[in-house]
Design a protein. Structure first.
Length: 149
């Protein structure tokens, strides 16, 4: 069995929760269904799963299987926020579902002790969520113009 100090455990799980909560703030600000609490819990749960396997003496292969299972399973939670309106062809919730999936991966990364990788990846995800929204808003008028005949 692997030994990790209580402080290290708190650091890894707390970091995963904090990262998830921060990314969840973007979703909350855009009035999406999964906000800071949901994404913080996803991060904590994923970190807990990865760290538990390590503490029980599982090697990289065991952590890999937990990561595969967690990322597959979290897809069901993400699917719950995707909506297709029956009267339109518009689908909503895809970015929120992707955010849930990314937070699960970030939680696994924190739980595995790769906090620097998680922080860099969380920064990239935050930039995508924030800047991507502005870019989409600025090009939307061009995309919605009728085609010239």
């Amino acid at each position: 069995m692997m030994e990790i100090s209580t402080l290290e455990m708190a650091y890894r799980i707390g970091g995963a929760g904090l990262i998830g909560g921060c990314l969840g703030l973007d979703r909350e600000l855009h009035r999406k269904p999964a906000g800071p609490r949901t994404l913080a819990l996803v991060g904590v749960g994923a970190a807990l799963a990865a760290m538990t396997v390590q503490l029980l003496g599982g090697g990289a292969d065991s952590v890999s299987r937990v990561a595969q299972g967690a990322l597959t399973g979290i897809g069901f939670l993400g699917a719950g926020v995707i909506l297709r309106r029956t009267d339109q062809t518009e689908v909503t919730g895809l970015t929120t579902a992707a955010s849930i999936w990314v937070v699960a991966a970030l939680g696994i990364t924190c739980g595995a002790g790769l906090e620097r990788l998680a922080l860099v990846s969380a920064g990239v995800a935050a930039v995508i969520l924030i800047v991507g929204h502005w870019i989409e808003a600025s090009i939307r008028p061009w995309l919605e113009r009728p085609a010239k005949k």
